[in-house]
Design a protein around this ligand. Structure first.
Ligand code: BGC
Length: 547
């Protein structure tokens, strides 16, 4: 039996608002995506993961869904979706959509009904309404905080105009949490899953997959959700990573198993490291994002851990690995690597911070990306990383849309969501013919536009393309992985006959120092002079035996 496609796939995340704008309103759309499928075919990806494009007021970039089974008019129509799916299929590109089950938008008709209904009504039972504490219920039901800062509870106005119950929203006030203890919510989501699976999607990325079920009695929390991102935390707060969530996944797995063609469920999951494998047990989800690389700075030990620890964990459950360097929630890795390894990042990048070293960032990012693309498991790429597009710090505050920015004034995640650069000399760098762009693109995007890279030897795009092609050709996903002990500034591992070396030092490294002088440099993240017998500083290479 051959392994299912997703076990070692390259999946490309498209953030629909920022990929390509076909209707000229300055915001990307589904027709825009269809028009740029050539780029993805050239790159050689197996699938697209599409961030939400559903009907939504866009308070959280579409992660606030008002209708799970329709396309937001800003992005197009269901017919545009079908067209995109069909055109992608012709290129052997599958489409994975984003399912947002922890919460919806406050504009969802069921939430509007719940607001209008009385406390204790079946309508309110769809969500997490509770009485407040204090003499007159004026205090929130517990001490939970929103991931986007501030209280996780908002007091609602009852029909008579008085303040009444409190409603839980782990994210923005406009993102009320569903009540997953209610069978009606479960039934509704089964229908949503089937709606999209019937349409032909290859699977779903599950947003906040560690959410949904809350500890009984909604007790106060002693730990903060943000601590989870370290992965080393022992304990999750009472609103995350509860055992009950696995029942939902067992249910969904049965549904997805009814469909042909190896469909996949992948979890965006932040749980304590030792609990991550639970999500990918054989009767639950297929994969969970491993965010170790998001946290791994330019440091041999950190990078080694980022590779080794998740591999150990997934081996325990015979699960497949995933690798992620960037996504729509974090500072782009080309920028992260442009700072000293001990630089402390906040939430997003502000224009008051010192600027990144652009060239060094690109060199190091290319090195880690090249190494990542050799690893067994699936690589999830974020749009623009194949071009080396950077985090944009210089966004006027009034244009920032991230709810965390609005709630707490942190720069937030808009800097990694700036629209793509397709053509260096076109309006909005080819993102939109009208030259409009919902966030301004910096001049540096023009310098790294796709048309300056596709087909250009040595470009970041061509490095990604070559690595994706070679990883497929050499079936790296099926090779035995082994780490080699080496010096402080060198990380070496092998996949069958292929050896991957990252030279973390600034100075060149002689292949003979590693006993690798009888190898051929098949791929390199920076230009190399093969006859020199060295690997440049801040560079990764794939070495194959000399024939
Ligand atoms: C998504 C975010 C979103 C949040 C709430 C996530 O983890 O990736 O972009 O803001 O869930 O839905």
């Amino acid at each position: 039996m051959t392994a299912p496609w997703w076990r070692d796939a390259v999946v490309y995340q498209v953030y629909p608002r920022s990929f390509a704008d076909a209707n000229g309103d300055g915001m990307g759309d589904l027709k825009g995506i269809t028009s740029r499928l050539d780029h993805l075919e050239k790159l050689g990806v197996d699938a697209i993961w599409l961030s939400p494009f559903f009907t939504s007021p866009q308070n959280d970039g579409g992660y606030d869904v008002a209708d799970y089974c329709d396309v937001d008019p800003r992005f197009g129509t269901l017919a545009d979706f079908d067209e995109m799916l069909a055109r992608a299929k012709e290129r052997n590109i599958r489409i994975i959509i984003d399912l947002v089950p922890n919460h919806c938008s406050s504009e969802h008709p069921l939430f509007q009904k719940a607001l209008a209904a009385a406390p204790g009504s079946p309508e309110r039972e769809m969500f997490m309404f509770r009485e407040g504490r204090g003499e007159n219920g004026e205090l929130p039901p517990n001490n939970w905080e929103s991931i986007f800062h501030g209280d996780a509870w908002t007091r609602v106005k009852e029909a008579d105009g008085s303040y009444g119950q409190w409603c839980l929203h782990l994210f923005d006030t406009s993102q009320p949490d569903w009540n997953w203890e209610n069978p009606k919510v479960r039934e509704m989501f089964r229908g949503i899953l089937r709606f999209w699976l019937d349409r032909g999607v290859a699977g779903m990325r599950i947003d906040v997959a560690h959410g949904m079920i809350k500890a009984e009695g909604l007790p106060d929390t002693e730990v903060n959700a943000k601590g989870l991102l370290s992965l080393d935390s022992e304990k999750a707060p009472p609103y995350f990573d509860q055992d009950g969530v696995h029942e939902i996944y067992r249910d969904w797995r049965k549904i997805i198993n009814e469909y042909p063609g190896d469909r996949v469920l992948v979890a965006e999951c932040c749980a304590p490291r030792h609990r991550m494998p639970l999500y990918i047990r054989p009767d639950e989800l297929h994969q969970a994002f491993n965010f170790s690389f998001l946290l791994a700075r330019w440091d041999k030990h950190l990078l080694r851990d980022a590779i080794e620890k998740p591999m150990q964990l997934s081996r325990e459950v015979n699960g497949s690995n995933t690798w992620v360097l960037s996504n729509h929630d974090v500072i782009r890795h080309v920028t992260r690597y442009g700072y000293a390894p001990d630089y402390k990042f906040g939430e997003g990048l502000s224009r008051d911070e010192p600027a990144a070293d652009r060239e060094l960032g690109l060199r190091r990012a290319r090195a880690v990306s090249l190494a990542m693309l050799s690893l067994p498991g699936s690589a999830y790429l974020y749009q623009g990383e194949e071009l080396g597009l950077e985090e944009v710090a210089d966004i006027p505050d009034e244009l920032r849309e991230d709810p965390a920015h609005k709630r707490a004034g942190v720069p937030g995640r808009d800097g990694c969501r700036v629209p793509m650069a397709w053509q260096h000399d076109a309006p909005a760098y080819g993102f939109s013919e009208t030259g409009k762009s919902w966030l301004p693109q910096p001049a540096s995007y023009g310098e790294r536009a796709a048309d300056l890279q596709v087909g250009v030897p040595g470009s970041t795009f061509e490095m990604y393309r070559a690595a994706i092609a070679l990883r497929r050709e050499l079936k790296l996903g099926e090779q035995e992985f082994a780490l080699r002990e080496t010096g402080e500034d060198t990380l070496v591992f092998s996949l069958g006959a292929v050896t991957v070396v990252i030279n973390l030092a600034d100075k060149p490294l002689a292949l003979s120092a590693l006993g690798l002088e009888n190898t051929r440099i098949a791929l390199s993240s920076s230009p190399v002079e093969e006859s020199s017998g060295t690997i440049p500083g801040n560079c990764a290479v794939w070495l194959t035996p000399e024939l």
